[in-house]
Design a protein around this ligand. Structure first.
Ligand code: M6R
Length: 608
């Protein structure tokens, strides 16, 4: 949540910082601000609302220096007002700083600072930081920041500038992401890679408990004890264009249409025509994999739904028990784990605070952890024992789409690899599932070709206030994901429910005004699902079904059908979700919603 940027070099920092903030807007968008150094004076501007308001303010009369910091906010402490927007300053306005994270002990710190005469201008937790730096400043900005952050509890990525040090930016990180892009005689500071991609592909990942002094000619990285740290340059493979809309109306639509390519990229090199699965990224041997007696999957939101689908695949193919838990519940549940458990933590951003905390808890209890993420160098890649990557490219839309299908694809590959390691499936069985997986990109392409039909149906239902999504077996997580997508981007109340469980309560909600979306692709429980459809039809609901091609029977029962190619039950999950993504998208558009930046949400949830 929140995006921070910084620049020092010879170019116009104002434009570079605004460009960087635009790429980070998905991290927060309720207010934004900049602090620019000209000579030895800091100029500050902050605006409520999305970046266009900040751009408007800058266009009027704002300096264009060669060093500065910027911020786009997702409010945690204090409403989205100008006063609460970053950058925040000390009493005299000589120190400015931006922050992503939460300072948990800010109330105690603030009380002490107020007693000692500091005057606060905002309701934020962040503002204690510039006041602490002011108090500890003795001519050395790096040292004052170092001493100040030692007093902080919670999470932070910060960038600090001071009028007494017009060529310096001091940055520091604990539990919130921070990177530095390396240019020639210039450095680009950011919360996330897309913000620097148009300038450089060489980056340093600033690690936890690391800080740095950045000037246009040098960067010195240390730990919080001031001991120097050697950093390795990481080369980013993402193309700059991947983080642009490329002719699409929104990032979300672009990302939905990128899914065939993203799945292909994720599976590249993993499916071997004659010899089964290859997982070169994985640092666990087949012998180790064969030794686990249970799997525990941790994740949040859409990634949790990918975990529920993976459970079905692992239990069917690997034949070992799988538990799936929401990270924020798992971490405080005193989970029963030992070294016989394999934990799979799924997070597209690699930065979700609850999932990272879950990993730490699992490892503390002796479990091995595989992280599944889309972001190279993200925190999970350092915290897990081994990482598997989805190669979806940057996902900018807040609603996860292409990363979700890629998570499922890579988890299917892992499940098959484990099945092979344990001898749970024969090579022939593995090759036949693989052959289906090879077809997924083409099948997804085919489903996307039906977008016109989905759009037509979406318009019909766009004014409804409530939706119910039903599914059984592997169709249940698909239904849950359909409901989550709809509620997050269209603000329509939508519930995902087990179709067979509906008669135990939720059926009371059904009437003519509550459309029901049912996932009824090929499965062992298809007939049962159809029975549940009859129950809702009998109570007047209009029904939209996701069904496998060739099923003409379903047309006679429901009002609208989105067909997907016929595949085996487990593989169908990855297909069934595509029309649901399109349905949510077109409903949200028909309601005039901003699908890329839904209210109250942030792409990367780095707070508990
Ligand atoms: O980065 P992560 O995969 O850990 O994010 C988890 C959730 O915050 C995320 O899936 C969220 O639910 C999305 N907005 C879903 O579209």
């Amino acid at each position: 949540m929140c995006g921070i940027v910084g620049y020092v070099g010879e170019k116009d920092s104002t434009n570079i910082l605004v460009g960087g903030l635009k790429k980070l807007e998905y991290r927060g968008y309720d207010s934004a601000g900049l602090a620019i150094m000209t000579g030895s004076k800091i100029s500050l501007t902050r605006e409520v609302g999305n970046l266009s308001h900040l751009e408007g303010a800058i266009a009027k009369d704002f300096p264009h220096g060669k060093l500065g910091i910027g911020h786009t906010r997702w409010a945690t402490h204090g409403r989205p007002t100008k006063e609460n927007a970053h950058p925040h300053t000390d009493c005299k306005g000589r120190i400015s700083m931006v922050h992503n994270g939460i300072i948990e002990n800010f109330i105690d710190l603030k009380e002490g600072l107020i007693e000692r005469g500091h005057v606060f201008k905002s309701e934020t937790d962040t503002e204690v930081i510039p006041h602490l730096i002011e108090e500890l400043y003795d001519g050395d900005l790096y040292e004052a920041v170092r001493l100040a952050i030692k007093k902080l509890e919670g999470s932070f990525a910060i960038a600090v500038i001071c009028e007494d040090h017009p060529g310096e930016i001091i940055i520091a990180r604990k539990d919130s992401p921070l990177i530095v892009g390396l240019g020639s005689g210039e450095y680009f500071i950011a919360s996330d890679i897309p913000a620097v991609l148009s300038h450089t592909k060489d980056i340093y990942i600033i690690g936890d408990h690391e800080m740095a002094k950045v000037t246009k000619g040098a960067i010195t990285v240390t730990d919080f004890e001031a001991s120097p740290i050697e950093k390795e340059i990481m080369k980013v493979a993402w193309d700059e264009k991947a983080a642009e809309r490329g002719g699409f109306e929104d990032f979300m639509l672009k990302e939905i249409f990128e899914q065939p390519g993203a799945i292909k990229e994720t599976l590249r090199g993993k499916l071997k025509a004659s010899s089964g699965i290859s997982l070169d990224d994985l640092d666990l041997s087949k012998k180790e994999l064969a030794g686990f007696n249970k799997v525990v999957i941790l994740a949040c939101g859409t990634s949790y739904h990918a975990g529920l689908i993976a459970k079905k695949a692992i239990e069917k193919w690997v034949k070992i028990p799988v538990e799936v838990d929401i990270s924020s519940e798992f971490r405080y549940s005193d989970p029963f784990l030992d070294n016989g458990a394999l934990v799979i933590a799924i997070t597209q951003s690699g930065e979700t605070a609850d999932t990272l905390a879950g990993i730490r808890e699992a490892r503390r209890k002796g479990a091995k952890v595989i992280g599944v993420t889309n972001v190279l160098g993200s925190t999970i890649t350092r915290e897990a024992d081994s990482s598997l990557y989805t190669h979806a490219g940057p996902e900018i839309g807040v609603a996860a789409t292409k990363t979700f299908v890629c998570q499922i694809a890579v988890l299917f590959a892992l499940a098959l690899y484990m099945a092979e390691a344990r001898g749970a499936l024969s090579l022939d069985e593995i090759l036949s599932i693989q052959a289906e997986m090879e077809k997924i990109p083409v099948w997804v392409e085919e489903i996307l070709g039906d977008k016109g039909h989905v759009e037509e149906v979406a318009k019909k239902f766009a004014s409804c206030d409530d939706f119910l999504f039903l599914g059984r077996g592997v169709g249940l997580p698909v239904a849950l994901e359909g409901a989550l997508k709809l509620k997050e981007i269209s603000y329509i109340h939508a519930e995902g429910y087990a179709a067979g469980e509906m008669k135990h309560g939720p059926i009371a909600l059904i009437d003519e005004g509550v459309p029901v979306v049912v996932v009824a692709t090929v499965s062992e429980v298809y007939e049962k699902t159809l029975g549940n459809v009859q129950e809702v039809k009998a109570r007047g609901a209009e029904v939209i079904a996701i069904a496998s091609k060739g099923n003409d029977e379903v047309k006679k029962v429901v009002d609208h059908v989105f067909y997907v190619p016929e595949a085996s039950e487990i593989i169908s999950a990855i297909l069934g979700v595509i029309p649901l993504q399109l349905l949510s998208y077109y409903i949200a558009k028909a309601r005039g919603c901003n699908v890329d930046q839904p209210r109250n949400l942030a792409k990367s949830v780095t707070v508990e």
